[in-house]
Design a protein around this ligand. Structure first.
Ligand code: ZN
Length: 138
């Protein structure tokens, strides 16, 4: 397999609450389409220490609410954290959920399941966030 490396693409996202999951699928789909790459891989990376990127259900918005609620039961916002900036939970959640995803590209399109969407996870908003992408042709 020969990888043709293309420039890094950027998607700017303004988040609106302290914790939320924002569907960025359409923006990533557009960038994949504009790249003209028909077959390969789209690597998505969030260059932040209090945000993350994940793939999950796009139909019922309650799934996102449940996810954030349950994550906060595991990693509460307030606890005996040592980090003085007050956003220790957001840092931990970023590591737990993860800052990157790789999605196959086939026939010029992202390969996602019917019920899958790509979400930027904000854990310490509202803030300006950037989603970076590299689309590699096979
Ligand atoms: Zn911090």
């Amino acid at each position: 397999m020969v990888l043709r490396v293309n420039p890094v693409h950027r998607l700017k996202v303004e988040t609106e609450s302290q914790m939320e999951m924002i569907d960025v699928t359409s923006g990533i789909r557009r960038i994949v389409k504009e790249s003209g790459i028909m077959r390969g891989m789209c690597h998505v990376f969030v260059p932040h220490t209090t945000a993350a990127v994940t793939i999950n259900e796009n139909a019922d918005p309650n799934v996102r609410k449940d996810m954030i609620r349950e994550l906060l039961k595991t990693i509460p916002v307030r606890d005996d954290y040592l980090h003085a900036a007050g956003n220790a939970a957001a840092h931990i959640l970023s590591t737990l959920v993860g800052v990157s995803q790789s999605i196959l590209v086939e026939n010029g399109k992202l390969v996602l399941g019917t019920w899958q969407a790509i979400y930027l996870c904000e854990f310490d908003g509202p803030r300006s966030r950037t989603v970076l992408m590299r689309i590699m042709a096979e």
